[in-house]
Design a protein around this ligand. Structure first.
Ligand code: GTP
Ligand code: MG
Length: 139
């Protein structure tokens, strides 16, 4: 069955939106296969965001992701990779559709980094890679 790696980023955790995010995932019908509250290590973030290394928002992004606890989850269900990205909404919270997590719960705070509450894997390859980063001991 398909799996995706979801993060409730430090902004979502800090704002007490973890339950809301998990609730939307379960209401959609996906199963929570693993769940963990962690403080990301520099190694985890370097691996997770390797594709963005060198981009102007990379350093602020890593700093933001290190600013407090986050929640890592593995979700399960046919189509959950695309399905979760659809309920998350587009990257930029200003224009993310109402009804989506980012559209309903996130906004632009005028910071260098976009604080958009959640991350979701963008392909089966990313999901496998990211699950290994956040759940190194397996599920
Ligand atoms: P994730 O699910 O977090 O991976 O979001 P995404 O797939 O919608 O975006 P992407 O992987 O392209 O970027 C990862 C994260 O970097 C985003 O969620 C934002 O927090 C940040 N980011 C991406 N693009 C930009 C950008 O153009 N400007 C700024 N300031 N931040 C960005
Ligand atoms: Mg991404």
């Amino acid at each position: 069955v398909e799996r995706s790696l979801v993060l409730v980023k430090p902004d979502g955790y800090r704002r007490g939106l973890t339950g809301e995010v998990l609730s939307r995932i379960e209401a959609k019908g996906y199963r929570l296969a693993a769940l963990s509250v962690v403080e990301a290590t520099p190694e985890q973030l370097a691996a997770h965001y390797a594709e963005h290394e060198g981009k102007p928002f990379y350093e602020p992004l890593v700093e933001f992701m290190s600013s407090g606890p986050l929640v890592a989850a593995v979700i399960e269900g046919h189509g959950c990779i695309t399905g979760f990205r659809t309920i998350a909404g587009t990257t930029d919270p200003t224009t993310a559709a109402p009804g989506s997590i980012r559209g309903d719960l996130a906004r632009d705070w005028g910071l260098t980094v976009q604080q958009n509450i959640v991350h979701g894997s963008d392909s089966p390859e990313s999901a496998a890679r990211e699950i290994a980063i956040w759940f190194p001991n397996g599920l």
